[in-house]
Design a protein around this ligand. Sequence first.
Ligand SMILES: Cc1cc2nc3c(=O)[nH]c(=O)nc-3n(C[C@H](O)[C@H](O)[C@H](O)COP(=O)(O)O)c2cc1C
Ligand code: SF4
Length: 608
Amino acid sequence: MGNILITGCPHSGDDAGMLRQIIAGACVESSHLLHVLHILQQKFLHVSETAIREVATMLALPYSQVEAVVEFYSFFHKTPRGKYDILFSNCICCGYLADGTDLMAMFGRRLGIVAGRTREDGLVSMDQTSCIGMCDHGAALLVNGMPVTGLDGSLLERIAILIEDRVPLEDWPSEWFQIEDSIRMSGMLLDHEMPRGDSLRTMLALGAEASLNEIIQSGLRGRGGAGFSTGMKWKSCRAAQGAAHYVICNADEGEPGTFKDRLLLHRYAHSLFEGMTVCAYLIGANLGYLYLRGEYRYLLPHLQSVLLLRRETGLLGTNICNQPGFSFDVQIVVGAGAYICGEESALIESLEGKRGIPRVRPPFPVSHGYLGQPTVVNNVETFVAAACVVQKGSAWFRAMGDEVSKGSKILSISGDCASPGIYEYPFGVSIRQMLEDCGAADTYAVQVGGPSGVLIGSPEFDRRLGYDDLPTGGAVMVFDKSRDLMSVLVNFSRFFSHESCGFCTPCRVGTVLLRDRLDKIFSGRGAQTDLEEILHTARLMKQHSHCGLGQTAANPVLDGLQRFPQVLGKFLLNRDFEPDLDLEKALAEGRRIRKGNDTIACADRGGQ
Ligand SMILES: Cc1cc2nc3c(=O)[nH]c(=O)nc-3n(C[C@H](O)[C@H](O)[C@H](O)COP(=O)(O)O)c2cc1C
Ligand code: SF4
């Protein structure tokens, strides 16, 4: 399990000499800012002011930049976390409420701790975090970065005992940390067994021009969601002028309900790196990065071992496949809990050691990407597919799918179904077929593409997976008739308000307004005016937000209003207006403190 299990030492994190030593040690592996901060966070359970100063000095970065990065990413903290740092997923599918019981509250009561706090003895801290990509395994948490899934009362009790007994994570039952790959249906990509290096050898035999042409002809489009032609992206980058070209694999996979890249990183890492290496050759890059979401940090030792093997077997490094001048290597940078870093320009900012704030586009990464140089950013699945296309040929790929959407799509199906997991389908498959295959019954609604995607109901279950109908980065969340869809909408709105990077006002304010309106409606205090406010806010967000997060954050509630008006409607009072302030709730705390009622409060005031 590598270095992830290190638990904090008792030092305050303010001893400058020791800090310098640790930072120097971290830099032996990588001097990337995120890497150094991860090491400090693990070691001291926080990143102190002194640590920030030392990092800034040693990495020759402005103090303000290092401090801003520590404050931006949710996995870094300026005050100490517990020796056991517990983060419950709050996703609708793998979250602490997933089975109807509030598991986080239960755990908190058991250990005498509340969410967002570190216990006074410093042993344990607990909080919630956005989806950790374990939706095929039930309720899940991270303990010191390691995922534990299938949570229920008895497993949490066993975890609590180990924590109170101060048992090191290394000695916890190892099966708790084993994440099954749950492939339920495989197709042209997952079934394809590719001898290592075969794509590279085929590409070298074909030549760069012809290989690039194969990618273009295949019709392969980006699998991260936006669906841009992969071949055209590579071609533009190849043609762009720059001192260096870069390849970046986007393994941030933060969209709730998406976990197919987790499988690919685990089982198909060779194909992924092969795809990146093909890309490097075709665009003229010598260096690539895999940006791995912090929640998948547990995969790091495995990925590093695959890279090492590829270097040892001449598939990475210099003169790859004995081709003089063909040099390429991959470095892995681990993110730190920020969904926005999946947006490609925010990801590049993060790779450059900054906060993940999306850039103004154009210019696009293909001409002005990492360090201002021509850069290809592709999703994990896109690189895997590209490697297969080069090896098998474009005709093989085009033979699957439909006119607009070629090949297959790997889906993460979760929610109310008997067999959640990974399903690979040719494009064109209907939602109805997927529901049948995953054992869904009494399905009320399906969220395609995660919270930023589309929410549909049963009249639309014959719609099809594809760029001209229902595109998806990979998430399909199933909700049956026992589910209160309003709680789903509330969950999604909280997700977006939490994950907004705060850079632009329409999104920063809009996501909070949407969340608060939905909370208000959910609590039974909603009125018709709230729906009008929601529509107005959603319009502003769509039109004026700086990036895709803000532009799509209102999708679930808009779909809810359009397709499931009864879901919101049943919470509305027959009033035209209901104030935002819940007066009774606001007074309750004051009454509690005064141990009295409003008469006493008035009498107090009168006596002044
Ligand atoms: C808020 C936001 C989050 C995103 N998250 C991811 C992600 O986790 N993985 C991903 O591949 N693309 C993500 N994207 C899309 C990327 O910006 C980009 O389009 C993609 O990495 C390009 O790769 P592709 O062409 O192979 O799809 C996200 C976009 C937005 C707006
Ligand atoms: S839309 Fe949201 S996430 Fe995107 S830049 Fe604006 S505030 Fe940040």
